[in-house]
Design a protein around this ligand. Structure first.
Ligand SMILES: Nc1ncnc2c1ncn2[C@@H]1O[C@H](COP(=O)(O)OP(=O)(O)O)[C@@H](O)[C@H]1O
Ligand SMILES: O=P(O)(O)OC[C@H](O)CO
Length: 495
């Protein structure tokens, strides 16, 4: 006993990490899986891949750690959010691929909902904007496009879930159909103030409420895994969407604390305490975590393309062989070229919310090469974060945002990108010693619920900074560079 297994089911890979009783990582395993792009702007995953990689990485990590199910006290699950799965209640078989959070296929349906005047009602309840990003219109699309699905759903034959729900269902052998409040808050079907599914929105989208999972706290009993998966049952005691798990893992427990995670996309969450703050600046209001029945709220800025721009340099343009090469390239770039890259590959998220525009590069010359493009790619992530932080400060002026930004995720490994981030936001950027904050957050939720990990205050006291990036750019240069970015974004949206 004494180990916690954290499953981190992300957009491009599934990871499993085993933490010991002191919350140190003793082993991990990771598997990538296929991304499917059936049409422009569409992104799907095969749910079988999500499940298979979950099982394989859990077993792999257990083997590496030399532990059996009997050694594991509890499982914590964290997941790519919003991604939508619908499956047959009797067989557990999905009726369609998982529609991924990045997928824009429901842009028209979202426009229709806005044009019909539903945005205010939906935002008041869910804290979200009407956008294809969230689960509800993806669910509606599946019910409309899979033969007979609406009727079967109405008949109680189909279940809906975000990826956490689907994995819980599979792990427990269909015994538990549940999610946690943070994942529910991303569906655009959940009333974050009342803490229950919104009948009004379900009726509007003709979604039978019986297909929705039960909503629990982030630290709660989510059932036990079937013995056949890992050799003996293991209780599932913690669940949170990946960005919320990172907020927990970064110990952003006090109002005003903020983290930004740089994976495929970038997601900044600002803890606003027990009050859901309505954004005047096109940010989202969401649940940061829910413990003992009490939600803590956050303002969230979601950027769809962060590390993905580096993947594009590697896989699309093939100008780098590995993500880490961008750092050396950025250092070699000609400082006199002002290349601005707007990576709107799937439109733009916060604070622009433009589903239709696509990416653009400005300031290209004949001597622009991989170095300048790599630099512009890393800079684009800093600029997008600045957009979010400006919006957060404007929304939360009275209470005050703490000046330091805690960062994590794959791209936070890049010292160059993190230094540029500090420069362009004009505030310190703190990178923690434990970079696997998402898995750590899920592990802590599970371990705390199981009674083997410290309470919130003691956990927060353990957070340790590895590097603080201090701003080192003249104000005038910062203003000039950011002004170029704003012009480039406008031009991209006008194109
Ligand atoms: N050293 C690096 N410099 C720049 N980008 C990086 C670096 N290492 C990883 N990345 C980017 O970070 C992303 C992977 O981060 P990760 O947190 O694993 O993402 P996800 O959970 O979304 O799959 C990739 O998009 C990759 O391009
Ligand atoms: O898989 P990630 O880490 O890119 O996170 C995806 C987000 O949860 C989408 O909202």
């Amino acid at each position: 006993m004494g180990y916690i297994l954290a499953i981190d089911q992300g957009t491009t890979s599934t990871r499993c990490m085993i933490f010991d009783s002191a919350m140190a990582i003793v082993a991990s395993d990771q598997q990538e899986f296929a991304q499917h792009f059936p049409q422009s702007g569409w992104v799907e995953h095969n749910p079988k891949d999500l499940w298979d990689t979950t099982l394989a990485t859990c077993r792999g990590a257990m083997k590496r750690a030399g532990v059996t199910a009997a050694d594991i006290t509890a499982i914590g699950i964290t997941n790519q959010r919003e991604t939508t799965v619908v499956w047959d209640k009797a067989t557990g078989e999905p009726i369609y691929n998982a529609i991924v959070w990045q997928d824009r296929r429901t842009a028209d349906l979202c426009r229709d909902l806005r044009d019909a005047g539903h945005e205010q009602m939906i935002t008041e309840r869910t804290g979200l904007r009407i956008d294809p990003y969230f689960s509800s219109t993806k669910l509606s699309w599946i019910l409309d496009h899979v033969d007979g699905a609406r009727a079967r759903a109405a008949n109680g034959e189909l279940l809906f879930g975000t990826v956490d729900s689907y994995l819980i269902w599979k792990l427990t052998g269909g015994a538990v159909h549940a999610t946690d409040a943070t994942n529910a808050a991303r569906t655009m079907l959940y009333d974050i103030r009342k803490g229950r599914w919104s009948k009004t929105i379900c009726d509007l989208l003709t979604i039978p409420m019986q297909m929705l999972p039960e909503v629990k706290d982030c630290a709660a009993d989510f059932g036990q895994t079937q013995a056949e998966h890992f050799g003996a049952p293991i209780p599932i005691c913690g669940v949170a969407g990946d960005q919320q798990a990172a907020t927990v893992g970064q110990a952003c427990f006090k109002p005003g604390m903020m983290k930004s995670t740089y994976g495929t996309g970038c997601f900044a969450l600002l803890n606003t305490g027990d009050t859901p703050v309505t954004s005047e600046n096109r940010l989202l209001t969401t649940i940061a975590y829910q413990l003992d029945g009490k939600p803590t709220f956050a303002l969230e800025g979601s950027i769809f393309v962060a590390g993905a721009v580096v993947q594009w340099l590697r896989d699309g343009l093939q100008v780098i062989g590995d993500a880490a090469e961008t750092q050396a390239l950025a250092l070699q770039a000609d400082p006199n070229q002002n290349v601005v890259l707007v990576p709107a590959f799937v439109g733009l998220g916060a604070p622009y919310w433009n589903a239709e525009c696509r990416g653009a590069a400005f300031g290209l010359t004949r001597s622009t090469g991989p170095a300048e493009l790599a630099k512009a790619a890393l800079e684009s992530v800093g600029y997008q974060t600045r957009d979010l932080l400006d919006a957060m400060s404007a929304d939360w002026q009275a209470s005050g945002v703490q000046p330091t930004l805690r960062v994590d995720g794959g791209m936070s490994e890049s010292n160059w990108a993190m230094q540029f981030l500090a420069d362009i936001i004009g505030a310190p950027v703190d990178r923690p010693e434990i970079r696997e904050t998402t898995a750590l957050g899920a592990a802590w939720l599970a371990g705390m619920h199981a009674g083997i990990y410290p309470d919130q205050a003691a956990f927060a006291a353990q957070w340790a900074c590895e590097t603080e990036f201090v701003p080192n750019m003249a104000d005038a240069a910062r203003q000039d560079k950011y002004a170029s970015w704003k012009k480039a974004v406008q031009a991209t949206m006008n194109f």
